[in-house]
Design a protein around this ligand. Sequence first.
Ligand code: S3P
Length: 453
Amino acid sequence: MSMLKVRRSAPINYEITVPGDKSISHRALLLAALSNGTCKITNFLQAEDCLATAEALRELGVQMEFFSDANLVIVEGCHGKFKPPATDINCGNSGTTMRLLAGILAAQPFRSRLVGDASLSHRPMQRIIQPLSLMGARLSTENELGCPPLVIEGAPLKPITYSMPIASAQVKSAILFAGLFTRGKTTVIEPGRSRDHTERMLQHFLIPVQREGRQISLHGPRIPESRDFQVPGDLSSAAFWLIAVAAQPGSRLLIKNVGLNPSRTGIIDILVRMGAHIREVVEQTEGGEPSGTLDIKGTRLRATTIEGDEISNVIDELPILAVAGALAEGKTIIRNAEELRVKETDRITAIVTNLREMGVEVVERDDGMEIQGKLPLQGARLKSFGDHRIAMAFGIAGLFARGETVIEDTDCIRTSYPEYENTLRKIQKRGGLLNRRTPVIGMLNFRQRGNRA
Ligand code: S3P
């Protein structure tokens, strides 16, 4: 069982890229696998979660080849038809694999059984079972709690209009994928705006998607047209470095080739509200996904309140935003975030426990927490709770702590960001080495999001 040891850091001065976006990598594989030809995916995230999707697709008869160079994957599309699996489909730790794949398998004419690791085996599947059952699918879990294993008996599906009780990109995507196999119009109504990678990627694979306010529709049956796809860097991975730098006066960081899809950039808005100096430039849009450069300068952060519609935009960033709250002046409040209780672990309890270990005053609420900012933090021995984002968020907290911080059981980091520790070490070692040839500051199209740094 590996562990991460971190000590207080001097100001950081560096330029990095982050690996491919996890959500986008899953979707690119799934749509390429359903398509009518060969698709080349570059900058694919070769981390455990996305590799679980790849393995699942292989089990379903999809052929693909991985090349480590440029993190390239070449996928042979199956024209919408998978083969019956010979064994259980193991989704590992990945809720995205299980929920998105369920939308597709619901319409395939065979039985499949989807299993996961201990964490995934405690995550709710009723949220996809309910809408997919309304479409005529036959899904059940092997326990009355509605958690995996998930058994799917493929059946012909009919389109529905479904008003989602929670803002969830995974549920929305499962329904839209199932909609590809129905005759007619499938509509999903979101209570709040969740990440929209599925909608953008469907369009890239030439499947028209209509969005009117909170309603998203597509017409089936459709087979995606094969397309190449370039995955941008993952803003949720960049988020750790954003806080490491934004909260450290004297630090400076450029993050290049990072995804800047507005359904994910809530983290930048919140940090700017906390007084952070961040500039953002969108340099390209590929496959419908904008990406570009972030330029961050360190300062002392101020507390804020994160609530309401904003929550779904930063759902994966709340652990590191809670750490930002602990480093800020004043009381940071996170509310309406009860979804955190059903992530890879109960992230509200995990964050509150670890912040308290570091000497921070925190009040736990059913749907969030109140954090009294305090600097420096106290180094401590912390648990990862087997959750990659908890492990990585507290690795960053350790950069601001007196003494040593040890995070136990950090193998989970491999689910989304295998290079995290390397980047952490490089950033700590290489203060002052920002590549000065990079002409980012002063670029004409530079859109300033934060205060002028
Ligand atoms: C994801 C959606 C989010 C997020 C998860 C990835 C996706 O979950 O927490 O890490 O790729 O669709 P919900 O939208 O279901 O909350």
